[in-house]
Design a protein around this ligand. Structure first.
Ligand code: ADP
Length: 400
């Protein structure tokens, strides 16, 4: 079965075509600047690469270009669109959905109602689904949600201490995100350690432009740092993470900011960018700290403090920790983040082999634990697209 995995953003669309029989990626690529001007990058499995500016007025245009590239004679990997057996769509917010689902009219109608829960992330997904339907007809589509892994959180964990009617009326609660990534890396960790995941207490740190940390107990998400939206939790590239909510009302009431301005401030102008005034990119923050920029040093100390705090809090909440996972852009690539984020955690049994940490091979699962550590610290490259393809294959096969 060939599965096309699509990850639609407001102005971008990433794709990967998997041959699920061989587990091979046949091609992958990225359409950018949709609705602005348009640029496309496509790479076939054998390295043939197409990169160009292409007018992309909307997501329909992007899907047309992707299909053209996948089936074309020069950069193609399949003969025709008929060779695409199923489509897996990544969705940030699944609302009530506890598992990945086949998209039918009812599912699509519900998905539209979730747009207000994730106004930045979900509307482009609906556009992506509609574009595929329009251009590829009845090819089955499966939606895989970032939130569904976290639907196992117990009531006392997912509820906010607000009047209960807000939960009943508006479904305001902790949803959690990056679930596909946390699910993938925690399963990989158990497989690598040769253990039943149900016997492991895991803290999974997905650290990228967006970051979240999840406590996984009995093989299920038990708690996670992101909340009602992906703004909560640890500080990120441009997002503040958790702050005193009174800051929001203060800025509106006393400083005259509008709700939209505060929203933009917290989502786009805070985090590493806001604190340093230099960049949202972790590599830039580290380079500036190296040069002695005070606020870059402070930003590094802030995120290290938060990381240690959440690891400790989740270990306490689960009654222990057996495995600590680092994944995503920063988690997989930054020895500095792994070092400063675990400093002083020997009391929990977390101790890194620093030499290996500083020379950690890229793109593979690496056990960074020191010989006398009682907690396994693993670097695991995440693969959300593959996880989406696996779910899609399973659900489409079950529906036949
Ligand atoms: P997103 O949340 O957008 O998927 P990524 O997972 O790609 O983000 O992570 C992006 C972050 O990873 C950036 O802050 C970047 O600086 C960091 N990063 C990427 N490569 C490296 C590297 N080699 N060393 C340190 N940090 C890196």
């Amino acid at each position: 079965m060939n599965v096309l995995v699509i990850n639609s953003g407001s102005s971008s669309l990433k794709y990967q075509l998997f041959d699920m029989d061989t587990k091979k990626v046949l091609a992958k690529g990225l359409c950018e600047r949709i609705g602005i001007d348009g640029a496309v990058k496509h790479t076939a499995w054998d390295g043939r690469t197409y990169k160009n500016e292409v007018t992309l007025n909307n997501h329909d245009d992007a899907i047309k270009v992707v299909i053209g590239l996948l089936t074309g004679s020069e950069y193609g990997v399949i003969d025709s669109v008929k060779d695409i057996d199923a489509i897996g769509q990544r969705v940030a917010h699944g609302g009530k959905f506890k598992e990945s689902v086949l998209v039918d009219d009812e599912a699509l109608a519900y998905l539209r109602t979730t747009e207000k829960l994730a106004p930045l992330h979900n509307p482009p997904v609906v556009k992506g689904i509609e574009a595929c339907k329009k251009i590829m007809g009845n090819v089955p589509q499966v939606t895989v949600f970032d939130t569904s892994f976290h639907t196992t959180m117990p009531e006392h964990v997912y509820l906010f201490p607000l009047p209960y009617e807000l939960y009943e009326k508006y479904q305001i609660k902790r949803y959690g995100f990056h679930g596909t990534s946390h699910r993938y890396v925690s399963a990989k960790a158990a497989e690598f350690l040769g253990k039943d995941i149900k016997d492991l207490k895991i803290v999974s740190c997905h650290l990228g432009n967006g970051s979240s940390i999840t406590a996984i107990k009995d093989g299920k998400s038990f708690d996670t740092t992101m909340g009602f939206t992906p703004l909560d939790g640890i500080m990120m590239g441009t997002r503040s993470g958790s702050i005193d909510p009174a800051v929001v009302t203060y800025l509106i009431k006393d400083e005259g900011m509008t709700a939209a301005e505060v929203d933009s401030l917290l989502n786009k102008k805070s985090g590493f960018l806001g604190v340093t005034g230099i960049s949202s990119d972790w590599r830039d923050v580290c380079a500036a700290a190296e040069k002695g920029e005070h606020m870059a040093v402070v930003a590094k100390n802030m995120v290290a403090h938060q990381l240690r705090k959440y690891i400790g809090a989740f270990a306490a909440a689960m009654g222990g920790i057996d495995v600590l996972i680092f994944t995503a852009g920063i988690g997989e690539n930054s020895d500095q983040m792994r070092e400063i984020g675990t400093e002083g955690l020997e009391f929990l049994g977390i101790k890194l082999n620093q030499e290996l940490n500083h020379n950690c091979p890229r793109g593979e699962l690496v056990d960074l634990s020191a010989p006398d550590a009682t907690v396994k610290t693993l670097v695991i490259p995440t693969d959300e697209e593959y996880m989406i393809a696996l779910d899609t294959e399973r659900i489409v096969n079950a529906s036949k």
